[in-house]
Ligand binder design. Structure first.
Ligand code: T46
Length: 307
């Protein structure tokens, strides 16, 4: 809205806010801000949305640029006023525009870049598990001719934007993932570097019909990393504090289960694959397959802890 122009000019003239941007803003005027807002209503392959507070105060702009209908991709850009930093506005703006990109504009991939010197932004993107892109195409790179030291990120439709670090006391891990715009992602973990235990066994569960439930047990000692490289599986976990769920549908998200945790898995999509890296060889004696026995086991464990 045109009333946002003075606040838009505020960040354009704020050296701190614009110091890592490749476009130069310092000499922009109120007329430039007004023209930007007027043009943002035009259908020119770019979508600009205002990020506003509950009181409808302009806090920043989030955009999809270079919308490419052939590759179903677009470049994301975001800027927030200094007073909006660290207050959740950036995350809100990104989450909303990414949702719109996939659901409303039917895109498959959104990507963006940031100066490697902008440590704060890099911490923010890494914390939210956005995947780094290494082999960005020449066509995209030439938009940034002469700009050095850029780090590229991307989100692919289906990636889960969940910033929890734990579920029922189990650690949620971000499996290292490398994205290639328009050509998918590659995820990997390296045993002793990325997993907190030695892996002795890998197994996977496949060809499961939709709606199937498996699990219904806990382990006494086994440590496991669970992840879903294809499909959608709901993982329901229970510890002494109760039950919590997480959807495993992003191949870059894993959950490490250690200690006595009751687990159930629900196949939300046919043929989804559950992969598990385990700390021990298969040993039926380590299973607690009865729910009442699990509850008793937890109580005993708590008694031992409190002695
Ligand atoms: C777990 C969840 C996530 C073996 O012979 N070797 C093995 O390595 C495994 C894992 C299983 N089995 C046998 C034991 C059963 O006769 O395979 C059969 C199916 O196992 P289960 O009913 O335990 O499968 P799920 O899907 O309920 O549970 C499995 C794991 O067993 C369990 O450790 O945490 O996946």
């Amino acid at each position: 809205m045109l009333k946002d122009a003075p606040l838009m000019l505020e960040w354009m003239q704020d050296r701190e806010v614009v110091k890592y941007l490749s476009s130069k803003f310092a000499n922009r005027t109120l007329d430039d801000a007004i023209r930007f807002i007027e043009d943002s209503n035009m259908d020119n392959g770019t979508i600009h949305l205002a990020i506003v507070s509950d009181e409808d105060e302009y806090m920043g702009t989030v955009s999809l640029k270079n919308i490419d209908r052939k590759n179903n991709s677009a470049e994301l850009a975001i800027i927030v006023r200094k007073c909006a930093m660290g207050r959740g506005y950036s995350w809100y703006g990104m989450e909303e525009i990414i949702k719109k990109a996939f659901e409303e504009y039917e895109l498959e991939n959104v990507y963006w870049c940031v100066s490697k010197k902008n440590k704060k932004a890099i911490r923010f993107y890494d914390k939210h598990n956005f995947h780094e892109v290494f082999d960005i195409s020449e066509d995209i790179l030439k938009r940034y001719n002469g700009v050095e030291e850029l780090k590229w990120y991307s989100v692919i439709k289906g990636d889960i934007l969940d910033d929890r670090t734990e579920v029922a006391g189990c650690k949620i891990v971000h499996i290292k993932t490398v994205a290639t715009v328009g050509a998918g992602e590659l995820s990997f973990f390296e045993a002793s570097r990325d997993v907190t235990f030695d892996i002795k066994r890998i197994y996977y569960i496949s060809k499961v019909p939709e709606g199937t439930r498996r699990g219904f047990h806990a382990h006494k000692e086994l440590k496991q990393l669970l992840f879903c490289p294809y499909g959608r599986i709901q993982l329901i976990l229970e510890n002494q504090n109760g039950r919590e769920e997480i959807e495993l549908s992003d191949p870059s998200i894993g959950v490490i289960i250690e200690g006595a945790i009751w687990r159930e898995m629900l196949w939300l999509q046919k043929d989804s694959v559950l992969c598990v890296a385990a700390s021990e060889f298969y040993n039926e004696d380590d299973y607690i397959r009865n729910y009442d026995d699990f509850k008793k086991y937890l109580e005993e464990q708590n008694k031992i802890k409190s002695i």
